[in-house]
Design a protein around this ligand. Sequence first.
Ligand SMILES: Cc1cc2nc3c(=O)[nH]c(=O)nc-3n(C[C@H](O)[C@H](O)[C@H](O)COP(=O)(O)OP(=O)(O)OC[C@H]3O[C@@H](n4cnc5c(N)ncnc54)[C@H](O)[C@@H]3O)c2cc1C
Length: 488
Amino acid sequence: MANATNAPVIYWFRQDLRLSDLPALRAAIDSGAPVIPFFAIDEDTPGEWAPGNASRWWLQHSLLALSASIEKRGGRLVVQRGGSEALLSQLVAETGAHAVYCSQAYEPWNRSLEDHVATSLATLGVALHCLPGSLIFTPGDILNQAGEPFKVFTPFWRHCRTRLPEQRLLPAPKKGDFAASTPAGLAPSDWQLLRASEQPVADWHDLWEPGAQGAQQALQRFLDHALEGYRDGRDIPAIAGTSRLSPHLHWGDISPREVIATLQAAPVGELEDDREKFIAELGWREFNQHLLYHFPHIDQQPFKPAFTSMPWQQNEDGFEAWKEGRTGYPIVDAGMRELKATGFMHNRVRMICASFLTKHLLVPWQWGARWFWDTLVDADLANNSGGWQWVAGCGADASPWFRIFNPVLQGRKFDPEGAYVRRWVPELTDLPDRHLHAPWELPPMLSASSGVTLGETYPHPIVDHATAREAALQAYKERSSAPSADAG
Ligand SMILES: Cc1cc2nc3c(=O)[nH]c(=O)nc-3n(C[C@H](O)[C@H](O)[C@H](O)COP(=O)(O)OP(=O)(O)OC[C@H]3O[C@@H](n4cnc5c(N)ncnc54)[C@H](O)[C@@H]3O)c2cc1C
């Protein structure tokens, strides 16, 4: 396809579905060769961490958006299904490409894929140029004074915060940078990302706009409406108090550097505190990614080995009730139903639901992480493993094991008027606020007027909080010498 003097290079898109601020794409363009953009729908190489249903929906639409942006610049995104390693070798042979560029990804399977691809391309005399692009700091560069990875967030972030790079963003390609002629690849109707039996329940386009433009809009919405008061508003699930950038960041619709640069350029005035809190949340994303890089087993194994012997219960019935939002605890049920309906759950509610599964039901955190993996649009191996281990008390810098969220107190504190619960658990709408988070406390004479009959219109609690809490404390205490305390 290419002559010797004008041989193309390939840009291999992965979890970086954008054109701006992408160092490896910029390097490909700066090589002076026409760039063939390529994406492999590779559901085998990741093994059990192939994207779940909600993620595949996101991927389908983010890829469509990327493809349209490339076409506007005179190129065409080549999409194929199969093993990335074999597909890249074939594409090199077919096009005569003399180099392949990509952005680093840090999941264990992605890192070994990079090694395999580099080796097989080398046998063809072709180099793989793999550059950072999805994080602010490169894992391996951030180490403590002893030259070891940080295991606690606060010193990690203190170290990073003073080193935030001057955010000079890289421009998107222009017309003529992409190769004018490319192999055909698959039409979107053949991508097979949306399996008929697993379609999301609703048309999520009302909720989400995957792709770079959607990411810019989400960021702007956040600056206009949610940055002010973010420090407290981020904990209130009934309001749009956060950015909802997480799926965009996972798929690389936008770079975290660009998010920070935009925030730093915004005239925030008195909102300095809110801005700092938001930047620190991006810091948690960095922390989790760096942890997964240094401790690649934490997707499956507890970071703290003492917790390997936890007496987890294979409580299938409890797990089903949790997944379906039928635990009888309104804030938990609201969260689980929000997840199913929208592919998202508010962070505060993620913590409450994860605590309920692991501490009230003693179901292994890995089961919950798996369900989130399949149902979240922002499913991300590092953040999901980190979040679950934090709540279960077995992670690096985890919430203490004796911190057992009381779902009633959490509900009353963070959803005091019950707007969130009423949105997702409509059968409780007519309960007075006072009883909304504990419907079993409803006096019988109010039952008729509220339309709630426990066991009929809404479940009895599947466990008693005090009993479950004692059982969990006992199991956890044996694995720790820390004192016991309750958490609100
Ligand atoms: C049990 C559990 C599982 C989780 N699973 C995931 C997951 O699979 N993917 C995922 O991206 N996040 C996960 N999180 C973290 C967090 O809930 C989401 O990142 C956040 O709710 C996304 O909403 P937002 O973009 O509106 O956040 P914002 O408050 O607007 O924060 C901005 C960005 O900072 C990052 N961030 C915020 N909070 C956290 C956090 N606690 N940990 C790490 N990064 C954070 C995200 O990239 C987020 O987009 C999980 C948390 C828990 C407790």
